[in-house]
Design a protein around this ligand. Structure first.
Ligand SMILES: [Zn+2]
Length: 165
C-alpha cells in the first residue's frame, strides 16, 4: 500500500497489516490503533461564462502542464465552500460566489492518494483572471473545445460538460 505509515502514530510501535472484514488495514498490536484510510477531500469551482469553462494549467506535479478545474485540498478547520472560494482566488485571481453544488466525484488516479472532489458551480463577482499559486495559466475554454484535463474526477466533469456542447 502506498503512502502507508510504518509506525503507529500514537505509540511508535511498528504497524502490521491486519484484516478487518474485507479490508486490509495497518494496525498496532501494542495499543490497538487502527489506521483507517480515507480519500482526501478537495473542493473546486466550475465557472462557465458565455459557454466557456475556466480552467487552470498545473504548475507542479502531478500532471504538471495539464489543465484542470480550479480546486484544492480542504484544510482541516475549513468549511468546504470557503475552500472552493479560496482556491478560486489563489489560482485564478477571481472573487467568486457559489451558486449550487455541481458534482461530487471520486478520483482514483492521483498519485498522492485517492481524493473526493466537491465541485460547486460559481460565478465571478470581482477580480481579474490571473494565474497564481500552483496555476501557471488560466483560460476560458469553449465547451465544444475543452483540452484534456488532469485527474479522473475532473475528467468525469469534463466529459459531462463536453456532452452538453
Ligand atoms: Zn500504537
Amino acid at each position: 500500500m502506498r503512502n502507508e505509515f510504518a509506525s503507529c502514530p500514537l505509540c511508535a510501535s511498528p504497524l502490521e497489516r491486519g484484516r478487518e472484514g474485507e479490508h486490509l488495514r495497518m494496525v498496532c498490536r501494542a495499543c490497538g490503533y487502527v489506521h483507517y484510510r480515507n480519500p482526501a477531500p478537495a473542493a473546486g469551482v466550475l465557472i462557465v461564462e458565455n459557454g466557456a469553462v475556466l480552467l487552470v494549467k498545473r504548475r507542479y506535479e502531478p500532471f504538471k502542464g495539464l489543465w484542470s478545474i480550479p480546486s484544492g485540498f480542504i484544510e482541516y478547520d475549513e468549511d468546504v465552500r470557503v475552500t472552493a472560494a479560496r482556491e478560486a482566488m489563489e489560482e485564478t485571481g477571481l472573487e467568486i460566489e457559489i451558486d449550487a453544488l455541481h458534482a461530487v466525484e471520486t478520483c482514483f488516479d492521483d498519485p498522492r492518494g485517492n481524493t473526493l472532489l466537491v465541485l460547486y458551480r460559481a460565478h465571478a463577482t470581482g477580480g481579474t483572471p490571473r494565474a497564481g499559486d500552483d496555476a501557471e495559466e488560466v483560460g476560458f475554454f469553449p465547451l465544444e473545445d475543452l483540452p484534456p484535463v488532469a485527474f479522473e474526477a475532473h475528467r468525469k466533469v469534463r466529459g459531462e460538460l463536453a456532452g452538453r456542447a
